[in-house]
Design a protein around this ligand. Sequence first.
Ligand code: PAF
Length: 283
Amino acid sequence: MRIMRTIADVRAAVGEARDSGSTVGLVPTMGAFHEGHLSLMRRARAENDLVVVSVFVNPTQFGVGEDLSTYPRDEQRDAALAREADIDILFAPPLTEVYPRGFATTIHVAGVTEVLDGASRGPHHFDGVATVVTKLFQIVAPDTAYFGQKDAQQVLVVRRLVRDLDMPVRIVACPIVREPDGLAMSSRNVYLDQDARRRATALNRALDAAEALVAAGRKDRDAVIAVARAELEASAIQPEYVELRSTDDLRELDRIDSTALLLVAARVGAARLIDNRTLEVSP
Ligand code: PAF
């Protein structure tokens, strides 16, 4: 595995691989790897000749008062894990390589960015994501890019971006990876103290409860949301949102006709956590 710091180095290496007919996969990350990241890397490894993993804690997607300065960073550990996953290139650029002096461009995706995390965290969040993802796609020019379904809204934002700007990249969303007790893996789980860590499992239980209700035949939004909220409240969690939305464009749904996304965000102790589940009604 080669660790690269510059856009020029990545372009040269990817260009060489492409010239010899290789397919290229990209896994964009902010580092602090866990099993979720590793699952994306394994999928990318299985499907591509050349795999690039980017590690960049992107400041433009953090708001004032958010955790940019405390976001976990451990490049040595990440590099060791990426090496084990048989990654070809770890692209870990310094800030000025991505945002040089005078940088003045923002990519704004309308619609899907305006609800849920876009409303809670503010419009800068998905602007920052869309801008850095666009840059990474320009730098690496991957055939396929791999994202975690835990960030379901981010996946939809990236899909919209790619469609709208005719980017020749296939987007693959990989399933959420969970701890044995159900907590969705996240780099932010390290912020949880013992009590918060225990309570945090309520997010998955809330989604389980909603799924069970739907399996039992209930399809109306209010009932599905109420059962999920009750699970959270039993663990003293006041959610930022619990919402039932369409799987393709996040419009609000009153009932589940075929599939729907149930999304939840909550502050638990020192961490802001998100989770989601695709709910399906059997025909
Ligand atoms: O999901 C993430 O880790 C980030 O939002 C991403 C896609 C790497 C952009 O900074």
